[in-house]
Design a protein around this ligand. Sequence first.
Ligand SMILES: C[S@@+](CC[C@H](N)C(=O)[O-])C[C@H]1O[C@@H](n2cnc3c(N)ncnc32)[C@H](O)[C@@H]1O
Length: 202
Amino acid sequence: MDADEWYYYFDFAGAEVKPRLKKDRTSGMYNWDEKAKPIMHGLFALLDNPHVFDIGCNMALYDHEMSKMGAKVTGIDMNLSFANIYKQYVEEYLGEEFEVEIAETDVVKSIPAFANTGVNIVTMFCVIYHLEPHASYVVEQCLRYFPNLKYMVVQGNAPRVKKKNQPLGGHKGITKFLQRHGFKTSVYYKDYQKPIVVGSLG
Ligand SMILES: C[S@@+](CC[C@H](N)C(=O)[O-])C[C@H]1O[C@@H](n2cnc3c(N)ncnc32)[C@H](O)[C@@H]1O
């Protein structure tokens, strides 16, 4: 695998992948530490047994971080080759437990297989616009098969609204979308390139 195929910069103990994105504060660990982590920390505090279903987990970097925060995490992606390498690094090099359950599957086809597993948070970090034209169907499936669902956390990528005509890249499109599916919404980091909208039920 070519290091350039990675989605963002990561430093594997001196072996850097995607070095050209090293200073990009909108992705990888920067985006996690500064933007996504505080939100997930707040949501975990509201739930007795947080169980995250992370759609499009890629290398499962955020999933491992969420499991270290005490959540149960199921990460799915169509391609787990990056996550498998990261898992091996965590376990064999760092000597840490990698407690995330990862599954290689297309979310459009596979949500019923995870039914009734106690999932109460669904996350999609920079993924929802990739699911079109099936994004609504995926959310309907989450609502149907995850009876404990309380929160849906969706991170966009605002330049995609204009550049790629993808309304689900921006906070306004994501907000309307989640409200259409019955969620109350809160927007975080409206002016950041990758705003986050949290949908809540009940
Ligand atoms: C831009 S990356 C986001 C990575 C990760 N969520 C993050 O922010 O660190 C989008 C990921 O979604 C995955 N993906 C796209 N469509 C998918 C689908 N239908 N089912 C499962 N994964 C999908 C891709 O394989 C890719 O890893």
